[in-house]
Design a protein around this ligand. Structure first.
Ligand SMILES: Nc1nc2c(ncn2[C@@H]2O[C@H](COP(=O)(O)OP(=O)(O)OP(=O)(O)O)[C@@H](O)[C@H]2O)c(=O)[nH]1
Ligand SMILES: [Mg+2]
Length: 456
């Protein structure tokens, strides 16, 4: 099991120089160990910022002026005694404090160990602990908003409500089983089935936004595809905001995959430019084309670029057909040029659904950006993000749903003993317990907290 009886220490601010740096101690002896460093000793009034100094090794002088704050258990981040010492953000000074605290007996904290302790001490559940890491890792304001909502307990509350309904149902079924001879049912099977259906509906409501939530949390891969010279790299550069990829009038300019990380309406996107699609005997180019094909297959969204100044070619048509079932936006580029021939194409329904842009003038790019975020996440979810976004939670909720469906079917079937219904309901509850961390294996906990930074 995890040890929580010792006192841990870490630098809580990022590596490198900064205006301020924080060393944090947590555990039963946090105050003693901090006191050994500070000119004021352990005389830190609770929850007050105390201006003091860090003494030099020999105790004769001082090495930094700091502000120290003592948060007595249980009213601290970890639920244990915590001391935070804020000094100047010099790596040398911060390491001096760290080493001195370790020499006195504190142990260097593992990644995420402060948050792990807060979880083990019941300060926050597993969903909220994971949200701490998500909040720190957030690359867009939308990601941060979802993480903060989860930290505040919105998802926990939804799960707790569902759990309470299951608990109540299980209690009534068990009571019926306890008094078999009376032939009295605390809950009739049909009533139980209806209640299980209501819980399934609540789960479905939660799961409805899961794909969008996951996309916002994890980010999406958007691949630009098209035949040579349609302006893929030009579109890529325009979306990226600078001339990242080489653009020339020569077909076959791009050979490799070129990637750029962007934030489009709050969605973190890895945008990928690919080699123009064509038959070629050039070894380098054909490797590029094959990498482009692979990228297209794993994309969350394909931007298929066409050149609206020219009639469609067989290569265009083949790509249109190939990407028809993918999540796709057809972009007709070069809208600044004469494009009569293109839009006069007979019978091509694709063309009526294209977004017209000009990578040269920037025309149509606002519409394109909106279309990208809408295709990935949906308009509604951008305004009101789903409460659920983490794969672990989603997969456990799906497992929970499977057990509930089995329980409902058992409740409605003739001659299925109530024990069967109960077993499935208990399995469903176990999934919910695992989400919030009431019943989570040590391995899973280790895995979750490993991704935290040191000092959090
Ligand atoms: N007029 C006009 N020219 C454009 C536009 N977009 C791209 N071009 C030109 O089209 C040519 C090809 O552009 P690229 O962006 O290199 O095209 P690509 O699809 O990446 O080409 P490959 O990498 O060779 O497949 C260049 O000469 C660009 O300047 C546009 O919107 N309008
Ligand atoms: Mg290119």
């Amino acid at each position: 099991m995890f040890a929580t009886d010792d006192t841990i220490v870490a630098i809580a601010t990022p590596a490198g120089r900064g205006a301020l740096g924080v060393v944090r101690l947590s555990g039963p002896r946090a105050l003693d160990f901090a006191g050994a460093l500070l000119a004021c000793g352990a005389a830190l009034p609770p929850r007050h910022a105390t201006v003091t100094r860090v003494t030099s090794d020999d105790g004769a002088g001082a090495v930094d002026e700091v502000v120290a704050t003592f948060f007595p258990a249980p009213h601290s981040y970890t639920g244990e005694h915590v001391v935070e010492i804020t000094g100047h953000g010099s790596p040398v000074l911060l390491h001096t404090m760290l080493e001195r605290a370790m020499a006195t007996g504190a142990r260097l904290a593992e990644p995420g160990e402060f948050t792990l302790r807060s979880f083990l001490n019941g300060k926050r559940d597993l969903v909220q602990s994971e949200a701490v890491a998500d909040l720190i890792d957030a690359a867009t304001p939308l990601q941060a908003r979802i993480a903060f909502d989860q930290l505040e307990g919105t998802l926990t509350e939804r799960i707790t409500t569902i759990d309470a309904r299951l608990f109540d149902l299980i209690a009534r079924l068990e009571a019926s089983l306890d008094f078999p001879d009376e032939g009295f049912h605390f809950i009739e099977p049909a009533r139980a089935a209806a209640e299980i259906d209501a819980v399934i509906a609540a789960l479905d409501d939660l799961l409805r936004g899961a794909a969008a939530g996951r996309m916002i949390r994890e980010g999406a891969t958007v691949v630009i595809a098209g035949r040579t010279n349609v302006g893929k790299s030009s579109v890529f550069n325009k979306l990226s905001g600078y001339a990242r990829a080489i653009v020339t009038p020569i077909p076959g300019t791009t050979r490799d995959l070129v990637t750029e990380n962007l934030n489009i309406s709050g969605v973190a996107i890895t945008l990928v430019d690919t080699a123009g699609w064509r038959e070629t005997v050039d070894l380098v180019e054909s490797e590029g084309v094959s990498r482009g094909n692979q990228a297209r297959r794993i994309a969350d969204l394909v931007l298929l670029v066409l050149d609206s100044s020219e009639p469609l070619t067989p290569a265009d048509e083949q790509l249109v057909a190939e990407t028809a079932t993918a999540n796709r936006i057809v972009v007709s580029n070069k809208s600044d040029l004469q494009c009569d021939a293109f839009f006069a194409e007979p019978g091509s329904s694709v063309l009526s659904a294209t977004i017209r842009v000009s990578a040269l003038t920037g025309d149509g790019f606002a519409t394109l950006s909106e279309a990208i975020s809408r295709a990935l996440v949906g308009e509604e979810r951008l305004r009101d993000p789903a409460p659920i976004s983490n794969r672990r939670h989603i997969s456990l909720l799906e497992q929970c749903r499977v057990s509930l469906v089995a329980a409902r079917d058992a409740a409605t079937a003739a001659n299925v003993p109530e024990e069967f219904v109960l077993t499935d309901l208990q399995a469903a509850r176990a999934c919910l317990d695992e989400i919030v961390g009431r019943r989570t294996s040590e391995d899973v906990l280790r895995h979750i907290f490993e991704r935290f930074c040191i000092g959090k």
